[in-house]
Design a protein. Structure first.
Length: 422
């Protein structure tokens, strides 16, 4: 999603509190099993369910999403799928609220902790570990077998990334990672290495803002220089080499003419207008960029150095509020949303389905999908909570103030370990 990736929850500023949404009646008490049909059976309201006599969905759901932050294509696709589910279930009322991505997680956590908030929301798994461990999300492990079976065919990678401490708290919808969008009419040969990037620095852009997801976009560059953030014991490993080199390379790229952005929508606007010819971002931007650039748009991996570019790869998915009175209805809604005919709509808008049998038709989505196996599976380790702010600030200081990158990384690593009691 955002979303664009969207900015990560721990980077969000003060929450703009969205009014709490009330829930309606559930077709079954929340204490009953997750789904009204056995695992592996067709979801209620689908064509297959109708054939088996299962009842259509009825009741009221409130849902938050943040797709408006990424442009119209992703939001339009989401709204169309919701409309499809409502059409198939005339007794179902769904109230959707578009929440600014910068505030999505903070608003949910604040309201859910007080017993309010939406019945469910859809987002990347940025805050999954923290929200799960704080008891804000429903354990949906009972849906695992259903999701792995037809017609959902959800990948093991997606299921694993949705799991925290052995329990599944996310219903995966799609997978995402960031790669290089570029205009092939300007960059006739896609830059592949860090040297290629430097040779084309004046034509390229980079999103670095601490409040714009900079630490997220940066992640793939660590492996490019042979670095990593977490050791196996949960301690910060960034001082062991590579991470400071990645920041220094960005400083050199700025000196060579690469443009830096506080957020990805500004970079997208400059790519569309021709001020730059490429920047790193995710599939949520595909729809708007394809509309603007057409066949000139292409996608390749980020820069290769002594190591390979390996961006964080993780699912978008549905999260059910532990305070919801409509848990069973929320689960069944998610299952209908994920039916292949609906997921294809999202695939055409740039989402890469977690369904392994559903293939994107669009060349850009196909390019992203082919690059997913090279990604770094987003950790759900609790220690990662203290990565975002510390390294986001280090990145911003490196670009804005030209600070010594070795010291910036050392300070960020020490602060991360202190916060993690390591």
């Amino acid at each position: 999603m955002n979303g664009s990736i969207r900015v990560l929850s721990t980077l969000a500023g003060l929450a703009i509190v969205v009014g709490a949404c009330g829930g309606g009646g559930s077709p079954a008490p929340a204490s009953q099993p997750a789904a009204s049909a056995p695992a592996g059976s067709a979801p209620a309201g689908s064509a297959a369910a109708s054939a088996s006599g299962a009842a259509a969905l009825s009741g009221t759901l409130t849902i938050w999403e943040a797709y408006g932050a990424s442009g119209t294509s992703e939001k339009d696709a989401f709204d169309k799928i919701v409309a499809n589910v409502k059409t198939a279930n005339p007794g179902l009322t769904v109230t959707v609220t578009d929440v600014p991505f910068n505030n999505l997680f903070t608003n949910f956590e604040t309201q859910a902790a007080a017993g309010g908030g939406p019945d469910m929301y859809i987002a990347p798994n940025d805050s999954l570990p923290n929200e799960a461990r704080n008891g804000l999300l429903v354990d949906v492990s009972d849906l695992s077998a259903t999701l792995k079976a037809a017609p959902y065919n959800t990948s093991d990678v997606a299921i694993n990334a949705a799991t925290v401490d052995g329990k599944m708290y996310e219903i995966p919808e799609s997978m995402k990672a960031v790669e290089l969008f570029y205009d092939k009419s300007v960059l006739t040969t896609a830059p592949a290495t860090i040297d290629d990037w430097k040779a084309n620095a004046a034509k390229l852009g980079w999103v670095y803002g601490a409040n714009g997801g900079g630490a997220y976009y940066l992640w793939g560059l660590y492996s490019t220089f042979g670095g990593k953030i977490l050791a196996d014991d949960g301690k910060c490993a960034a001082t062991q080499g590579g991470v400071a080199d990645a920041l220094k390379w960005l400083q050199d790229m700025k000196a060579a003419g690469m443009k830096f952005y506080q957020n990805d929508n500004d970079a997208k606007a400059d790519l569309i207008s021709g001020k730059i010819a490429g920047f790193i971002d995710g599939p949520w931007q595909s729809g708007d960029l394809k509309k603007a650039l057409g066949d000139k748009l292409a996608v390749v991996a980020g820069p290769k150095g002594t190591g390979e570019w390996a961006p964080m790869t993780a699912p978008d998915g549905f999260y059910i509020n532990a305070s919801s009175k409509n848990v069973d209805l929320a689960k069944q809604f998610a299952l209908q949303f994920l039916l292949p005919e609906n997921e294809q709509i999202f695939a055409d808008a740039g989402h890469l389905p977690a369904n392994t049998t559903l293939k994107p038709n669009d060349p850009i989505a196909q390019s992203f999908s082919a690059l997913m196996p090279s990604g770094f599976a987003r950790p759900t380790a609790v220690e990662l909570n203290n990565y975002w702010t510390n390294f986001g600030n280090a990145l911003a200081a490196a670009i804005d103030k030209g600070g010594d990158t070795t010291k910036l990384v050392s300070d960020a690593c020490a602060a991360m370990d202190k916060a993690n009691n390591k």
